[in-house]
Write a protein that binds this ligand. Sequence first.
Ligand code: SF4
Length: 432
Amino acid sequence: MNAPVPLGQEGTVSIIGCEAAPILRERGQREVFCGLTGIVWLHRKIQDAFFLVVGSRTCAHLLQSAAGVMIFAEPRFATAILTERDLAGVADIDDELDGVVSRLLERRPDIKLLFLVGSCPSEVIKIDLKRAAVRLSLNHSPRVRILAYSGSGIETTFTQGEDACLAALVPSLPSESPDSERSLLVAGALADVVEDQFARVFDALGIGPVRFLPMRRAADCPQVGPKTLFLLAQPFLGDTARALEERGAKRLSAPFPLGSEGTTLWLQAAADAFAVPAERFDAATAEGRARAETSLARHRQTLSGKRVFFFPDSQLEIPLARFLSRELAMDPIEVGAPYINRQLVASELELLPEGPTLSEGQNVDRQLDRCRAARPDLIVCGLGLANPLEAEGFATKWSIELIFTPIQGYEQAGDLAELFARPLVRRDLLEV
Ligand code: SF4
């Protein structure tokens, strides 16, 4: 079991970590959702955007079932389904697409940002959606901006849809003006309530202007340029980070804001870059930290010493393992992630105590064998594996729930711990 390592006075941390640990690379069968899933949370975030998937009936079914009940008077996503006329080459795909987009925009003047989202049927892959977006933008600008990205399930996992979407947005962001001051950009979709909390802390720290990507409305696009420092709020944004760096922005390296420690170090990275005095940092974060510690303590008894196994799914696995081991004294046995971008998770790997097998990619049968042999107390995995593993007697946590639930920041630290405690508590109740 790994004892939690408390933060030192100046935010110093243990240097015994996994940064040099070997990574088991697996390239076999995978069990993951595709990048279209990102639309489920992105369409709620950018309130005047619309996501038009160009795909098959399977894509439409995935979106409809994953998004559940439509909560808006008018939908913010749809699927343009390829028909047999398209597949047989009878119809001109460009004309068809132009017609669909024109009808949509005519009927929905509220749409200010339209994403054409590619999928993985081979006929869709052949369509140059980026070129189509440029062509359609000429017809519909300045009323609507039209961008394209791929949510295809080939070689991706479900959180990469957000990365592809934000990376497509970055080149269209306005440039800083020559007299712009230094600014902070937080990249990665956060629940509005979490975003508001962080905005208040940055304000208390005297850091500003602070902008968020994605923005809530298309007109509020953040400026970007060499005076922009950016913090990633999510670990799966490699392409977005690269696109921002290509615009001259500089990434602040930090752990992700999960748990009390992660949130403090994430805020500290910004505070250091903006030369915030230590006393001001302590004053702005002390209460939040105390509330987080109190809420975490409630779950420590349930989780402490429990062995947890991560199947690769959300790309949050390494930050979560760090949080669970250091703040709740859990014992990660294997931490599988679909992709490991060592640069983006360097600060996390430094903190993650030595011990777990780190694996990248998946060979699901081999990983199931390792998992069954290890008999963990809790398995974090995708929906497809959870039910069969529950039937075998394991307690599981759906990793997709960690994306749909607000989990970042001090105020959500207890909720995050509870997500892992709940399956164990339920199991205990059932066994009584
Ligand atoms: S993009 Fe591919 S994997 Fe995703 S729903 Fe459509 S067909 Fe399935």
